[in-house]
Design a protein around this ligand. Sequence first.
Ligand SMILES: Nc1ncnc2c1ncn2[C@@H]1O[C@H](COP(=O)(O)OP(=O)(O)O)[C@@H](O)[C@H]1O
Ligand SMILES: [Mg+2]
Length: 265
Amino acid sequence: MITETTTKGAGDSPLTLTSVRVAFGGLIALAGIDLDVGRGERLAILGPNGAGKTTLFNVVAGDIAPSAGTVTIAGEDVTSAPPRRRPALGVARTYQKTRLFSGLTVEQNLVLARVGKVGGHRRFRRGPALADARERARRVAHDVWLGDFVDQPVASLSHGQQRQLEVGLAVITEPQLLLLDEPASGLSRGERERLIEFLTGLEKTVTLVLIEHDMDVALQVADRVMVMADGEKVAEGETEAMRNDERVHEIYLGTQPGGPVGESA
Ligand SMILES: Nc1ncnc2c1ncn2[C@@H]1O[C@H](COP(=O)(O)OP(=O)(O)O)[C@@H](O)[C@H]1O
Ligand SMILES: [Mg+2]
C-alpha cells in the first residue's frame, strides 16, 4: 500500500495504536496491535467472535487500560487517561449492547447525549443551549430515520430502530473519531441499506472505525479493512484488495473467494 508522506507528524493522526496489549488473566485479548488511522478514513475491523475487536474499542475509549503499548488520539497520548477525556478529543462510540434509556423518548436520549458532550447540565436547564440541543436532536433523529419517532419512548422502538438511535447518539456529539461496534447487528435488510447510506454520507472530516460482522456493510463503507483473530492483526489492506483475500474469506466467512459475498444485490 502506498502511504503519502505529509509534513505533519504521526501525532496528527486521529488514532494511533502502538503495540497495544491487553490480557485478562491468562487470556491475551490483544497481542500487541499496531494501527494508524488517517483523518477521514473509514476503517472496518473484521474478525470472528473473541478476536479482540470490542476490546480494541474499549482501549481506544478508555474503558480498559492496556497492559502495554500506547494509544494516541489526535496527537494526545491517552493511554492512561480516563474515559471522560475522550469526548473532548472528539471521540464517540457505540456499544455492541444497547445503552439507551428505555423509559425516555428518542429526543430525550439524543438531548442527553448532546448535554453529556457539551457538559454542564446546569447550562441546559433552560435557554438557548437546551433549545439548540433539542433542535439538533430532531435533525439527527431525522438523519437516522427516526424523524417520526422523536416523541416515542425508546422501549417502544424496534431493535433496528434502537440500533439506529445508538448511531444517532454518537453522531449528535459531532465526533471527529466515530467508533461503531456492530451497528448493523440485528437490522433488517432495509435498515442495513439505510445504515450504509447514512455511513457513506457522513462528512469526510469524520474518521470512522467500524466493527462489522456484516460484509455488505463493511465492504461498502470502508476504505480499508483490518482482519483480527485471536488478538492479532492477521490481514490489513484497502477494501478492494481485501474483498478477495483468502484470509478474509477463510477466517471470517469460512468460504472461498469468488463467492457472492460483498456483492450487493
Ligand atoms: N472484561 C473481560 N474480562 C475477561 N475476558 C474478557 C473481557 N472482555 C473480553 N474478554 C475476552 O477477550 C476476548 C476478546 O473479546 P472481545 O474483544 O469482546 O472480542 P470480539 O469483540 O472480537 O468478539 C474474548 O475471549 C473475551 O471472552
Ligand atoms: Mg465484540
